[in-house]
Design a protein around this ligand. Structure first.
Ligand code: ATP
Length: 983
């Protein structure tokens, strides 16, 4: 009985509490309590952190015997449990506590904390394996604790348990492996960085390093080749018949190995050099026999190394033949052939070469030994006597003659090359006249093959001098030009800073939308069905697509239901759903359903960053991809401006046009290099696009003056014509073809080489302002560009808030096939933009009907949003990186010098060409109105006003009278008279 009473009392109290808490208490008390609620939680966290800090400090200091008896006990406890890790355990514990408290409730933080604990345990295990004392047979686990507590070594009790356990199961090596794996796993979990990628990037770097080395090798190889070619040419100048001296190393063999793979080429090269040098050594002997016949002709050092001069008569031919036979043998064959040529003289040296196939660059080195040098000493001395080989020359020493195996590093290779070819001071040229004396009198020169050539020395001397003078003059000229060229180049270099794409982190990321409320959509669908049913229209809702700002319900009408009946019930549906506005798409293109678009209760913004990060944008092939927004199904919409090829954006003020243009420009900034895409921005509103001034994509500063704008359009027309001429010249059809062709041109040098052309996008924010100033001209330019510029890679993006027919004229409309309609006030405006109703039902704030060319019907899209702050951040990033605009002065000048719009036909102070007609018209109508002139002659306000002033000056009309029209002061006859007088 007492128990029952107690229960009752409890329940009563609970009930009371509930009542008091929720309803009974006055409102202000509740709100005060709500405000006070976070306090206990906050205080608790603070207290825990402070206490854990104090505990950690005591534990830490204990490790260093700073906390008395208790401290000593704590020390032995920590070291006994964690071993060496015990020294840092208090710090880790404190950090862990703080981390846990600040991330309470976050499962990811808990997971990370677990990973840290795992790492701690694994480290203890590793410490024990490395520094701990092993338990022998019969050893107790507590022995580890005692040892660790005393010495602080190893991994303590935890490490001991882990290490001993693992060793007993999988042995010591296994234990190491498992513990390392555990450490790596915990590191991956803590850092969330991929270990595999780390290894990959490491090996990638090694690969790149090797590749770079290979490239350098290749360059050196090319340099050598060039050097030899030059030396050969110089030799020709000296009058030595190379045809006759090329017997040992004919050109096609020696120098025409253009296409070999770099490494094998290098190997062949080395082998080749050895072979030729050896042949040279043998040639020395031969030369001795000829000494009397041609005493003055000394071999070019380079030729000695090539082994091309003075082979034994007949031997060279044999070698050439041999080589022909063994052409496919590659370097090894070459080496053998050369070796065979001297084999008879040096059998003891070359015996090693017999088993040298397959041949290898490294293998080649030992063949040319110091022994060989010693053994050929007699030959050299003979040659040196003959004056054909001088040891004192820097090319003749044993160190330089042989390429040693040690000359492997790049610098050493370079040094060796310098030594081998001392004449290689490219800039100075090869000065043979200093090295070799040219005979005073005509001489008979005997070439290697035994040919006798009569050389006219004087002529030769003159030739050399002439060549030298020519060269000096050329150098002088070049030096003169150089400063200018350098200046230009420097400028170009400054400008050609590599474009760094701004990081997407500069943009705001959208929050993930709340969970899809299935129930709510179902209810709306049922309501829809019910409403239509009430009017006798049977439909079934077949699909619901939920977009960022509207949801589309797809209805399938029953047999015999007319689509027009559903459309006619739009207002009733609106009423029953209590929706601000609905749009009916009847039928949905490509579906046998009618779509009813109902605005969402909550409008989810589509942030530009979300679209830029989407695969659709990232993987889009076009450089001028435009991140439009998300469609009704929440799918990312990305389009190619190049395919549009021109775009008209129209909508009432505040509907989102400027934001749309910003997203378009930002898409280009994030996708295209300024080398490939250039922008021209026309912003008569001044404030909208000026923020972009300075970005590298701009071809000229943002044009804010409407008069200059028509100049910019005229420039674009001229550029388009120019491009077409170039296309015709290169026989291509469009920009893509032209750029591809230009890229493949190889035979034209850099300066004259035609440059690749960028795509140009002309963005006009407010066409109406331009059309006011110079309607005729602007319309003409826009139409010309729109008709023809697609293939030339010039695209127009035109925005206007006045979708009236005198701004978006029929001509412009016909030539700008892609449209974006934002919210407009009437169906008439909607029809002006997209030739159908619908835009008047849009919700504003980026809600658009996107109607690209080739699409049968417009698609409803919620435009991406980018704020002015984000735009500024991106522009600042580009300018801070030094990527500023390199405005084209040519374009600027052209635009500045273009006649101001409106003046084009009028001309300065002169009488306007419409003066006479305007005078007659005004007299005839007896009404002097500027607007009337504008309409009649299809001219801008400025021009019409100027004509009126001229008429007033001539006395045809009176002075201005405020808002009243001017008086007409002349009759038709009087005006005729005036004209006859030559006015
Ligand atoms: N895609 C969008 N998502 C969300 N809000 C948007 C979006 N586009 C525009 N808005 C909102 O609408 C406002 C007006 O946009 P915007 O300045 O682009 O209009 P506009 O059509 O250019 O107007 P005007 O013709 O007067 O310059 C913006 O400040 C912004 O708050």
């Amino acid at each position: 009985m007492p128990e029952t009473t107690k229960k009752k009392t409890t329940s009563k109290t609970t009930a009371k509490k509930g009542t008091n808490g929720k309803v009974g208490r006055p409102k202000n008390t509740t709100s005060r309590r709500k405000a006070a609620e976070p306090e206990p939680e906050f205080i608790r966290s603070e207290v825990i952190i402070i206490i854990s800090f104090a505990a950690a400090a005591i534990l830490f200091l204990s490790n260093f015997h700073l906390c008395g008896v208790v401290g000593d006990f704590l020390r032995s406890l920590q070291l006994g449990i964690f071993g060496g890790i015990g020294y840092v355990a208090p710090v880790l514990m404190f950090a862990g506590t703080c981390f846990y408290i600040s991330n309470r409730g976050n499962p990811r933080a808990t997971f990370k904390l677990a990973a840290v604990i795992l790492a701690l345990i694994s480290l203890c295990g590793l410490g024990e394996l490395l520094f701990g004392t092993r338990l022998g047979a019969g050893g107790k686990i507590m022995d580890i604790y005692v040892t660790a507590a005393a010495s602080g070594k190893g991994g303590g009790l935890i490490g001991g348990l882990l290490a001993e356990g693992l060793i007993s199961i999988i042995g010591t090596v296994g234990a190491y492996l498992v513990i390392l794996v555990l450490i790596i796993i915990s590191a991956v979990c803590i850092t969330e960085k991929s270990f595999v990628n780390l290894v990959k990037s490491g090996s990638g770097k090694a690969y790149h390093h090797a590749k770079e080395n290979m490239d350098i090798q290749r360059e050196i190889h090319a340099e050598r080749k060039e050097e030899r070619r030059r030396i050969r040419e110089e030799q020709k100048l000296r009058g030595v018949n190379l045809d006759a001296t090329k017997l040992e190393a004919p050109e096609e063999y020696d120098y025409d190995m253009e296409d070999e793979a770099a490494y094998s080429a290098e190997a062949e090269e080395d082998i080749d050099v050895h072979a030729r040098r050896l042949a040279a050594v043998s040639a020395v002997e031969v030369t001795e026999n000829r000494k009397n016949a041609a005493p003055e002709v000394r071999p070019n050092p380079a030729d000695i190394f090539r082994g091309s001069i003075f082979p034994k008569p007949g031997e060279a031919e044999a070698a050439a033949e041999e080589r022909k036979r063994g052409e496919n043998m590659g370097a090894a064959g070459a080496f053998q052939t050369a070796a065979q040529a001297v084999d008879a003289d040096l059998p003891h040296v070359y015996s090693a070469s017999e088993d040298s196939v397959p041949f290898d660059a490294d293998d080649a080195v030992p063949f040319v030994t110091e022994d060989l040098w010693e053994s050929t000493a007699h030959l050299r001395s003979a040659e040196s006597d003959a004056g054909a080989f001088d040891e004192s020359d820097d090319y003749g020493t044993s160190e330089t003659l042989f390429v040693k195996k040690e000359t492997k590093t790049l610098e050493e290779m370079e040094v060796a090359r310098e030594e081998l070819y001392p004449t290689d001071e490219d800039d100075k040229g090869v000065n043979y006249s200093d090295t070799f004396s040219i005979p005073e009198e005509p001489k008979r020169v005997v070439t290697a093959s035994g040919k006798v050539i009569e050389t006219d020395t004087e002529a030769l001397q003159k030739k050399v001098e002439k060549k030298k003078a020519e060269k000096a003059e050329k150098e002088k000229e070049e030096a003169g030009d150089l400063s200018v060229v350098q200046e230009i180049k420097q400028k170009e270099e400054v400008v050609k800073k590599e474009y760094v794409f701004p990081p997407v982190t500069l943009l705001k990321k959208g929050k993930s939308s709340g969970p899809f409320s299935d129930k709510e959509y179902r209810e709306t669908a049922i309501k829809l069905q019910q409403t239509l049913q009430n009017f006798g229209v049977g439909v079934t809702v077949t699909n619901i697509s939920c977009g960022p700002s509207v949801t589309r319900y797809e209805l399938h009408p029953e047999q015999g239901v007319k689509v027009s009946r559903i459309v006619g019930l739009a207002d009733d549906i609106k009423l029953s759903l209590a929706a601000a506005d609905i749009r009916i798409e009847a039928p949905i293109p490509g579906k046998s359903a009618v779509g009813i678009e109902v605005p969402n209760k909550e409008n989810n913004m589509v942030y530009l960053r979300d679209i830029l990060e989407a695969e659709e944008f990232k993987n889009h092939a076009s450089r001028i991809a435009f991140a439009v927004g998300k469609d009704i199904g929440g799918q990312v919409v990305v389009t190619d401006i190049g395919k549009m090829p021109h775009l008209l954006i129209a909508g009432a003020t505040g509907s989102g046009k400027s934001v749309c243009i910003n997203t378009l420009i930002m898409s280009i900034i994030y996708k295209a290099d300024p080398e490939d895409v250039k922008l021209i921005m026309v912003d008569p509103k001044v404030v909208e696009l000026s923020v972009y001034n300075g970005i590298p994509h701009l071809l000229l500063p943002v044009v804010t003056d409407p008069k200059k704008a028509s100049g910019a359009l005229n420039w674009a027309v001229a550029e388009m014509d120019d491009r077409y001429k170039k296309f015709a010249q290169y026989n291509v059809r469009d920009l893509k073809g032209y750029n591809a062709k230009v890229e493949n041109i190889k035979d034209i040098e850099d300066e004259n080489r035609p440059k690749k052309m960028p795509q140009i996008i002309i963005i006009i924010d407010e066409l109406a302002d331009l059309m006011m100033v110079a309607p005729g001209e602007v319309e003409d330019s826009v139409c010309r560009l729109a008709q023809l510029a697609r293939a030339a890679g010039i695209h127009l993006v035109i925005a206007t808030q006045r979708p009236s027919v005198n701004v978006i004229t029929g001509l412009i409309k016909a030539n700008v096939p892609s449209r974006i309609a934002f919210a407009v006030s009437s169906g008439v405006d909607s029809r002006t933009i997209i030739d159908m109703n619908g835009a008047e039902k849009l919700l504003g704030k980026g809600d658009m009907l996107f109607y690209p060319s080739g699409c049968p019907k417009p698609v409803r899209v919620q435009g991406a949003f980018v704020s002015d702050t984000e735009v500024s951040a991106v522009v600042d990033f580009l300018t801070e990186q030094g990527m500023t605009a390199n405005y084209n002065p040519e374009v600027e000048n052209q635009i500045a010098s273009a006649p101001a719009a409106g003046d084009a036909k009028g001309g300065g102070n002169d009488r306007d060409e419409y003066f006479v007609q305007a005078g007659k018209f005004i007299i005839e109508k007896d009404k002097a109105s500027i607007g009337m002139l504008q309409r009649m002659f299809k001219i801008g306000f400025n021009r019409a006003a100027r004509i009126m002033d001229q008429l007033a000056e001539a006395g045809v009309v009176g002075e201005e009278e405020g808002t009243k029209p001017r008086k007409v002061l002349m009759s038709a006859e009087e005006f005729e008279e005036l004209l006859e007088q030559g006015y």
